[in-house]
Structures are given as structure tokens and as C-alpha cells.
Ligand binder design. Structure first.
Ligand SMILES: Cc1ncc(COP(=O)(O)O)c(C=O)c1O
Length: 381
């Protein structure tokens, strides 16, 4: 089997699963319990928090564990909107965000907030000029993703952070779910106030994630309950999941530059091979793109038909984003990039992991080429 759907989810590392099982079976107490057994669990949770904070080069009290990217995005955006609504009711984002950002914004719109959705260029990048033009006196938050989950374009986070130093009352939220460990990010230097992460995208477990909240920034909690996670995120803590997330993040960071270069090499090979087929239109930009995503459209073939044809050969890829892959609609990201509707309806995403190999890429490229030719002939009959 060739698993090229790592942006949808990754396979948990064995060591990560081992930690999860050990903590779940030996340290299963509730960290809020007063007895020493609970104290042990609390200690493990604190250690996981310290480890994540150290890896992200921030303070321990700036990390809050959540259930994943969706929750972190909702907590950051809605929590900030609620907290600062008396200061202003305007938020800015891009037109290519993940639904957990876009739909959170739409919900706020119904509550009386005003949202500006910024366009992107043909490379899937937002412009600094557009951002600056959109900022108003009543703007409270700007939310921009680090890496787009459909095409892999990288947003100019560093430059946006620099720009925002002139606008101290605008909070900066970054959805780093697809980019962490694969493209550079400095929470501190890039002037980021809020940043979302998801464990299962870097070989941790599904249902685990965290939110960075810069010290001094206050956001309103979304859940009412037992006031865990320093009152920001009620609910009994997933200690084993947090330990697993910390381990997965460490192992991801250990892959470093060589791991990234390896993925880039595979991505380059796939791009070169697939470009030879005239029925394939590559959507992922050549520059400023993450090393693990390659998106292309098929000129004549329905993407679902293609996905299932590849699946028969044990090659697993996606149509656009995982969350919308069951809906038959054009990709909002591709449309925003100016890709014609017929091509935007047939987007296919290959997504790699550090464990993907060149051999897999050679085989997948040959099978994709053959399948496109075969299906193209059937469609044209
Ligand atoms: C960019 C981005 N943000 C957020 C999410 C949601 O993360 P989770 O699956 O952990 O809820 C995803 C998942 O695909 C994503 O790609």
C-alpha cells in the first residue's frame, strides 16, 4: 500500500502509541484528583506541557491542551471575539482557510461581527497590502493559516507579524495545523498571539491538539465546566493524549532539515513526472509551498472516480480537503486562486510524510499516469 494522504491524517509513531498505552494503563487517574495517584497524572501532564512549550520556544503557561485543530481554531477565534467585542467587532481572515476557521467566522458574522475575507493570488498567497488595507480601528483579530491544507501554499506569516507590530490591538491567530515541523515558524519572533496545532497531523493521535495563547492575551472559554487548563478549557484532561502529542512533536522536530529535504525531493519527482501528462494540471505553486503537498486537477476525469481507481491499486490520495471530500463541490481554495471551475471540481491532493519514499513516488507517478490515460480513454469513447 502507498499511503499518500498524510494531510488528512498521519500514522501514529510506534513510540507515540507506546507512550499513550503506558500512560493510559498505568497513570489513568484524573489529574484533578487530590490523591497522589492523581498527582502523578498531573505531573505527566505538566511535563508534556513543558516539553511542547520548549519545542515551540514559548513559556509553559502559554500552552493549552485541546481536542485538536478544530477546537483550537474555534477557541482562538470565538474566544477572542467574545473577549474583545467591546473593543471592536471586525475580524479579518483569508478566503482559503480550513472550514474550522471559515465557519467559525461565519457563525460570528451571524452574531453581529463583521468579517473581511481577503483574496489570494494565483499562487494561493495573501498580500500584505490587502491585509493593511483591511485593518480598521475596530479590528480585533487577524487569522491566517501557515500552510494551506489543499494546495500547500505557505502564507507570509513572518511579514504579517512584522506588519502587525504597527497595530498592537489586532490579535494575530495562526492555524499551524498543516505546517508545523515542515515549514519554519517562530511564535515569538513572528508576533503571534494565538496558534493552533493538531496531534494527528504529525504522527500523534486523533483528538489531541493544543493552542498557544501568548501571555497577556485573554480569551473567553467556550466550554463551561470544571475549569481545567487554567480555566480556559474545561473537561477532564486527556493526559495520555497530551504525552503522546509532546512525543510526536519532538520526533517530528528531530526529522529537521534532512526530513524536509527528503519530502521536497519526493515532491519534486512527483511534480516532474505528473507534469509530463497533458491531462494533469498541477495546482500547487512552485515557490513558497510546503514540502508535503502536491495538488493537481484532472482535465477530463471526475476526481472521485480517479480516487477509487487508484485505491484499487492500493494507492491512497484525497480529493481537496478531507472534511469536504464527500461533498461534490469545487474547491474553495482552487477557485480563490483563479483555477477554472471545471478544474477546481477535480482537485486531487497527494500528501507525504517523513516516512514516504522515492520508490513509492516512482510507482505512484507511473500508476497515476496510466490511470489518467485509461480513464481518459473511457470518458472519450
Ligand atoms: C489547516 C487545518 N486546520 C485545521 C484542521 C482541523 O484539525 P483537526 O482534524 O485536528 O480538527 C485541519 C484538518 O485537516 C487542517 O488541515
Amino acid at each position: 500500500m502507498i499511503y499518500f494522504d498524510n494531510s488528512a491524517t498521519t500514522k501514529p509513531y510506534k513510540e507515540v502509541l507506546d507512550s499513550f498505552i503506558t500512560v493510559s494503563s498505568k497513570h489513568f487517574a484524573n489529574p484533578s484528583s487530590l490523591h497522589s495517584f492523581g498527582g502523578q497524572a498531573e505531573k505527566l501532564l505538566s511535563q508534556a506541557r513543558e516539553q511542547v512549550a520548549k519545542l515551540l520556544q514559548v513559556r509553559t503557561n502559554e500552552i493549552y491542551f485541546t481536542s485538536g485543530g478544530t477546537e483550537s481554531n474555534n477557541l482562538a477565534i470565538k474566544g477572542a471575539a467574545m473577549q474583545y467585542r467591546n473593543r471592536g467587532k471586525h475580524l479579518i481572515t483569508t478566503s482559503i482557510e480550513h472550514p474550522s476557521v471559515r465557519l467559525a467566522m461565519e457563525q460570528l458574522e451571524q452574531e453581529g461581527f463583521e468579517i473581511t475575507y481577503l483574496p489570494v493570488d494565483e499562487h494561493g498567497r495573501v498580500s500584505l497590502v490587502d491585509i493593511e488595507k483591511a485593518i480598521r480601528k475596530d479590528t480585533i483579530l487577524l487569522s491566517v493559516m501557515l500552510v494551506n491544507n489543499e494546495v500547500g501554499s505557505i502564507q507570509p506569516i513572518k511579514e504579517i507579524g512584522e506588519l502587525l507590530t504597527n497595530y498592537p490591538t489586532v490579535l494575530f491567530h495562526v492555524d499551524a495545523v498543516q505546517g508545523i515541523g515542515k515549514v519554519p515558524l517562530s511564535l515569538r519572533k513572528d508576533r503571534i498571539d494565538l496558534c493552533s496545532f493538531s496531534g494527528h497531523k504529525f504522527h500523534g493521535l486523533k483528538g489531541t491538539g493544543c493552542l498557544f495563547v501568548r501571555e497577556g492575551v485573554r480569551i473567553t472559554p467556550l466550554f463551561s465546566g470544571g475549569n481545567q487548563e487554567r480555566q480556559l478549557r474545561s473537561g477532564t484532561e486527556n493526559v495520555a493524549g497530551a504525552v503522546a502529542l509532546a512525543k510526536a512533536l519532538r520526533m517530528t522536530f528531530e526529522k529537521g532539515e534532512p526530513g524536509i529535504a527528503h519530502m521536497k525531493q519526493i515532491q519534486g519527482l512527483l511534480r516532474a513526472e505528473l507534469s509530463k501528462n497533458a491531462a494533469i494540471h498541477i495546482n500547487t505553486p512552485i515557490d513558497n509551498n510546503a514540502p508535503h503537498i502536491l495538488n493537481f486537477s484532472l482535465r477530463e476525469i471526475k476526481s472521485e472516480v480517479f480516487i477509487h481507481a487508484l485505491e484499487e491499486k492500493e494507492i491512497f490520495v484525497s480529493t481537496t480537503s478531507a472534511c469536504s471530500s464527500k461533498k461534490k463541490s469545487a474547491s474553495t481554495t482552487l477557485l480563490a486562486m483563479g483555477v477554472p471551475e471545471t478544474l477546481a471540481e477535480s482537485g486531487i491532493r497527494i500528501s507525504l510524510s517523513f516516512d514516504s519514499t522515492l520508490e513509492e513516488a516512482v510507482e505512484a507517478a507511473a500508476v497515476i499516469d496510466k490511470t489518467v490515460k485509461q480513464l481518459g480513454r473511457i470518458m472519450n469513447r
